[in-house]
Design a binder for this molecule. Structure first.
Ligand code: BTN
Length: 248
């Protein structure tokens, strides 16, 4: 497989979680650009303590980064933009969109998940892409989908190769030029921009209009009481593409 300069690939058939494995290796000194790629995971980690069901056929990878720029949390936008671009060869124009903070949507369904985890001097960027299969809809707030289900015939290897290419380019751009180009690219693909959304926190749901991101990547929500800013939470888009029934 072709890799960008300074990337090294560690290919495993099965692992608990590629994020856990990459964090362990990073703590032991693994270089930036170390990519842990597994064929399946037994305890894949999702955001907010959720499980990421990880059968064979999909992409599960975690990349060790040692960013020279802060805040490292911006890498989740860097990764989302890179992944959106990476999927374009297999998708219809404008069918790949982004939902705050880092969900990549294909035809409005969630096709991937990004989980950034940090150590003292390194971060691990975990990415799952549903290439062949996706979990059942069940109670999920956002309809899951896969490349295959949307009619895209891609191999896991080709998706990883494309992702690493775009990621290397976007990490360099972010380190050299800061968040502004990332923000612009992210907003250019965002669902719900200028529209009514709900931000859900563990104990509160706040309705408002999604007006954009600030210079650091904080979500701006125009509410009746004025503009509120969110660094974390789940966004529910209420209209247009990416809209879905909220469940209670
Ligand atoms: C989400 O909840 O949307 C984020 C899911 C992140 C899943 C990926 S799969 C590869 C990496 N290893 C993990 O354990 N999780 C991430």
């Amino acid at each position: 497989m072709r890799l960008p300069a300074n990337f090294t690939l560690i290919r495993l058939d099965e692992v608990g979680s590629t994020n856990a494995e990459a964090l362990r290796r990073a703590a032991e000194g693994a270089a930036a650009g170390t990519v842990v790629w597994a064929g399946r995971q037994t305890v894949g980690r999702g955001r907010r303590g959720r499980l990421w069901v990880s059968p064979p056929g999909n992409l599960y990878c975690s990349i060790v980064l040692r960013p020279s720029r802060a805040p490292a949390a911006q890498i989740s936008y860097v990764a989302a933009v890179a992944l959106a671009e990476a999927l374009e060869p297999w998708a219809a124009p404008a069918s790949v969109r982004l939902k705050w903070p880092n969900d990549v949507l294909l035809h409005g369904g969630k096709v991937s998940g990004i989980l950034l985890e940090g150590g003292a001097d390194h971060v691990v960027l975990g990415t799952g892409v549903n290439v062949a299969t996706h979990p059942a809809d069940e109670t999920r707030a956002l309809r899951p989908t896969s490349l295959a289900a949307e009619g895209a015939e891609a191999t896991v290897e080709a998706v990883l190769e494309s992702y690493l290419d775009h990621l290397a380019a976007w990490v360099n751009r972010w380190e050299a030029n800061g968040f502004a180009p990332v923000r612009e690219a992210w907003l250019g693909r965002a669902v719900g921009l200028g529209e009514p959304i709900e931000v859900r926190l563990p104990r509160e749901t706040i309705p408002g209009r999604f007006t954009g991101l600030d210079d650091d990547g904080v979500l701006l929500l125009a509410t009746e009481g004025g503009t509120r800013r969110f660094a974390a939470g789940d966004v529910f888009v209420l209209t247009g593409e990416g809209a879905h029934a909220a469940h209670h």
